[in-house]
Design a protein around this ligand. Structure first.
Ligand SMILES: NC(=O)c1ccc[n+]([C@@H]2O[C@H](COP(=O)([O-])OP(=O)(O)OC[C@H]3O[C@@H](n4cnc5c(N)ncnc54)[C@H](O)[C@@H]3O)[C@@H](O)[C@H]2O)c1
Ligand SMILES: O=C(O)[C@H](O)CO
Length: 313
């Protein structure tokens, strides 16, 4: 069994060694330009087109993350980047759910306890207690109730918040009101005071976080975007902040990353910027899942995390 590995920034040696330990029968190699030797599996993140195009014999392509929008965009822009008919698989959780729970809870509590405003007051040396938000009037809406969204929702319910979710199909999550489909998006947004975005970036969801959507939220709403920058109309958020429709936002992802030094988000008093770190790929847990999936495929079974290329996630 031959396994190819490519990631623009990860340390390849730890991956090659880790995979070889988990799959002793495999020969694992880092892909180099010009390498068109046979391979059964490819582990990739932002692969150069020549790596996979016209490559036959692959039994599976593993994305080294949860979101596969970038690799599917490569395929749309240069058809054939991904060999047709080869299963594309993504990471499901592998330690990212815990990280995402931490990230979202950190900012939910920051906004719910008005710590963002106390931070601004401190800069003015202003000693001024603020009226606390009331949990029963602080509904949290999660867009994208999948592997990450569901776990975030359950953690927020456990803290006593009123939580609702929006997804393509109905979800059964204890204590969480489920909305699904575009036709029910207005009902989901109505009276939502804090919106968390955990959608995949697909042709259906790109640009979904626009001013028209923000205006459907409760007044002085909060936004946490930990999904993809492509979801957010950045100028619309600045307008919504200026108009008071949105009180504050925590953004981990951006249309262009790294965020340009001159971007207004860096200095905006009610925007918090983090550098796409909400939930990172944890090599050990990722390799455990990938190795298990390879074993499943080798035994004629069904691997987890299979991507529907047409659906986009
Ligand atoms: N910022 C980070 O560090 C970070 C880390 C991991 C993942 N992510 C992002 O989070 C996203 C979600 O990850 P996941 O593992 O939970 O994905 P998932 O596929 O398990 O869940 C996706 C959810 O979105 C819903 N959805 C998809 N298309 C929809 C549509 N058109 N309308 C309504 N709902 C729709 C699905 O029903 C599902 O509930 C990833 O695609 C990735 O972009 C970001
Ligand atoms: O999708 C993911 O896994 C994270 O956003 C890292 O890119």
């Amino acid at each position: 069994m031959n396994i190819l590995f490519y990631h623009p920034t990860f340390n390849p040696e730890s991956w090659v060694n880790g995979l070889a330990q988990r799959l002793p029968q495999a020969q694992v190699r880092v892909w180099q330009p010009g390498d068109d030797a046979p391979a059964d599996y490819a582990l990739v993140w932002q692969p150069p087109r020549e790596m996979l195009a016209n490559r036959s014999g692959l039994k599976g392509i593993f994305a080294l993350g949860a979101g596969v929008d970038a690799i599917l965009a490569q395929e749309r822009q240069a058809p054939g980047t991904l060999p047709a008919g080869v299963p594309l698989l993504r990471l499901e959780d592998t330690g990212m759910a815990q990280q995402m729970r931490e990230y979202v809870l950190a900012y939910v509590l920051r906004f719910f306890r008005r710590m963002d405003e106390y931070q601004l007051q401190q800069q003015q040396k202003q000693w001024q207690p603020l009226k606390p938000h009331r949990q029963e009037r602080f509904t949290i809406g999660i867009m994208g109730a999948g592997v990450l969204g569901q776990q975030v929702a359950q953690a927020l319910v456990a803290l006593g918040f009123t939580v609702r979710c929006w997804s393509r199909s109905p979800k059964q999550i204890a204590g969480v009101e489920s909305f699904h489909g575009r036709e029910n998006l207005p009902a989901f947004l109505h009276e939502t005071r804090l919106l968390v975005n955990l959608l995949p970036n697909t042709p259906e969801t790109v640009g979904i976080l626009d001013l028209a959507l923000m205006k459907q939220l409760a007044s002085q709403a909060y936004l946490i975007n930990a999904a993809r920058g492509a979801h957010l109309k950045e100028g619309d958020l600045l307008t919504a902040l200026e108009q008071g429709q949105v009180a504050a936002a925590a953004l981990d992802v951006f249309a262009d990353e790294p965020l340009a030094r001159m971007h207004p988000f860096w200095s905006h008093p009610r925007v918090t910027v983090t550098p796409h770190i909400a939930a990172v790929t944890l090599p050990s847990q990722a390799m455990d899942q990938i190795a298990a999936n390879i074993r499943a495929i080798e035994q004629g079974g069904t691997p987890s995390g299979q991507v529907d290329r047409e659906r986009g996630y």
